[in-house]
Design a protein around this ligand. Structure first.
Ligand SMILES: Cc1cc2nc3c(=O)[nH]c(=O)nc-3n(C[C@H](O)[C@H](O)[C@H](O)COP(=O)(O)OP(=O)(O)OC[C@H]3O[C@@H](n4cnc5c(N)ncnc54)[C@H](O)[C@@H]3O)c2cc1C
Ligand code: FES
Length: 473
């Protein structure tokens, strides 16, 4: 199954392609099952049904008809699906999709990775890739590396990073069936149940939003908790965390050749275990046979997809918007005096926006607030203690190191000196030359986005209002 609903896939891509996308997911589950059996991996793999149901917060007639449409289409495409007036436990209208699967991903990958080495294959971690032929870099978000920044960042504009919030909770034993649930809301809630000996474990997630674009990051957790309590009143929360989901304008991943000798796979949305496996199958076919049945469907440069252009613009209007808005917005002040331990804030220092963080020992660490990807200003995420970028979703540690791309470089160190000796002014610790280069790339990419989005005038007018420092006049 895909995050994008089956009837929407059929509308956007046509029935054949919608079926091919779901076939790819089914092939990936079969492939994982084969690997588990052949390699005798102990990872709790089991086939379970999945239920797509209306929201516990209410639903409309349209929700019901779209569920029926999904079930009909799934049957037409040879998938085992049934519309139900009441799905188990929730007692709400929904669709049952048979033959889905669940397993413990870390147990699966942990046992698999040690079996890869040998026969010319090696797996590396924490290693810089300098020369390679061939090499697979599995970073989820594409790296810019030494490639041309403009083309790489233009590709990045086809991707949108979302933060998804998750609660892990103990639930009473054996009252909820051990299967997969998700609802028809946008963004959707999802519930997974894992049977234990003394209690069941529930993983409940949702409240997705574009990374860095919500100020009060405690609130999504609070709303999620309220809904989980409505669904499982006896749930006892043990863990909470947030993860990154990389989306595409049309809901399908990009898997395929990006440049000569370069195979890329990204934009898995919430289906990266299955689409990651599809990518591996396709990469193997690309390297050994040069073709794949899904080549055109997941092509990196696909353009003719109904509805996708609108979404492309919607996702990218954020970028110049945040680039400008945040530079106009007042910072938290000039001083870190009121900054509490474990908190971060943006301050203004020598005319520059600085991301200041006070650690639990009371020491303050200052880094540039300018995202090293394409120059937007990062924001403090108090629920996760990270600096998040609202433009393309990069996340940084409080001390500036990258947690998640597309940014590859840490936030620049803030050193309050001015050094004229090297012909390089480090004003407020921010490398002016690097900033200038970054701004020129931003300008180039903005122009490319404008062209790709069909010469959207709002982007152009924002661009014209930039002075050479990338700041508004
Ligand atoms: C809450 C949640 C629930 C999900 N549920 C499902 C589900 O039920 N089914 C499903 O199929 N999918 C699901 N997904 C999606 C799926 O988990 C991801 O898409 C998948 O794990 C992505 O795998 P990956 O190997 O491509 O990337 P990742 O697992 O993100 O691994 C990428 C690795 O690359 C490293 N890296 C990044 N940048 C660099 C760099 N510059 N240099 C070196 N290393 C780098 C990272 O540290 C990381 O270890 C879910 C995701 C979330 C967040
Ligand atoms: S992630 Fe692109 S500018 Fe920050």
């Amino acid at each position: 199954m895909t995050d994008v609903r089956l009837h929407e896939l059929a509308e956007n891509f046509g029935n054949d392609h919608a079926q091919a996308a779901w076939d790819a997911g089914a092939a990936a589950i079969d492939q994982i099952e084969n690997i588990v059996v052949e390699e005798q991996l102990d990872c709790e793999f089991q086939r379970v049904p999945a239920y797509l149901h209306v929201s516990v917060d209410g639903f409309s007639k349209k929700d019901i008809s779209s569920l029926k449409k999904d079930a009909e289409l799934a049957n037409e495409f040879d998938f085992d699906a049934t519309y139900l007036r009441r799905v188990p436990y929730f007692n709400l209208p929904g669709v049952r999709f048979a033959n889905q699967a669940k397993f413990h991903p870390r147990k699966y990958l942990g046992q698999l990775v040690v079996r890869i080495a040998g026969g010319g294959s090696h797996v590396f971690e924490k290693s810089a890739a300098i020369r390679f032929d061939p090499l697979f870099i599995a970073t989820n978000n594409p790296l810019v590396g030494l490639t041309k920044v403009t083309s790489a960042t233009l590709f990045q504009t086809k991707l949108a990073l979302y933060t998804s919030y998750v609660l892990g909770a103990r639930a009473p034993l054996d009252i909820i069936p051990e299967c997969i649930f998700w609802d028809t809301k946008d963004p959707y809630d999802y519930l997974r149940i894992d049977r234990g000996r003394d209690f069941d474990y529930a993983i409940f997630g949702g409240e997705d939003h574009k990374t860095g674009q919500v100020k009060r990051t405690e609130k999504p957790y609070a709303r999620l908790l309220a809904r989980l309590k409505k669904i499982v009143p006896a749930a006892q929360i043990e863990h909470r965390w947030s993860g990154q989901i990389i989306s595409t304008p049309d809901g399908l991943p990009y898997i395929g050749e990006n440049a000569e000798g370069q195979f890329i796979a990204t934009g898995f949305c919430g289906n990266g275990i299955t689409f990651g496996t599809v990518s591996a199958i396709m990469a193997r076919d690309w390297a050994t046979r040069g073709k794949s049945p899904w080549r055109d469907l997941f092509a990196v440069d696909r353009i003719k997809i109904k509805g996708a252009a609108r979404n492309y613009f919607r996702e990218n209007k954020d970028y110049p918007y945040y680039l400008i808005k945040d530079r106009l917005t007042r910072s938290g002040g000039d001083s870190v005096r009121d900054l509490k331990a474990g908190e971060g804030t943006i301050i203004k220092s020598r005319g520059k926006k600085v991301a200041a963080y006070r650690n639990t020992n009371g020491q303050v660490r200052k880094v540039s607030a300018v995202c090293t990807h394409m120059g937007c200003l990062v924001r403090w995420n108090s629920a996760e203690s990270t600096w998040d970028c609202p433009c393309h979703g990069s996340r940084f540690k409080p001390t500036g190191e990258v947690i998640a791309g597309p940014a590859e470089e840490p936030l620049y160190e803030y050193i309050a000196i001015t050094d004229h000796s090297k012909g390089l002014r480090i004003a407020g610790g921010i490398d002016e030359r690097a900033l200038r280069q970054q701004e020129s790339e931003i300008r180039k990419t903005n122009r490319a986005i404008s062209r790709a989005a069909g010469k959207v005038s709002v982007l152009r007018s924002i661009e014209l209002n930039l002075n050479p420092r990338g700041e508004p006049h």
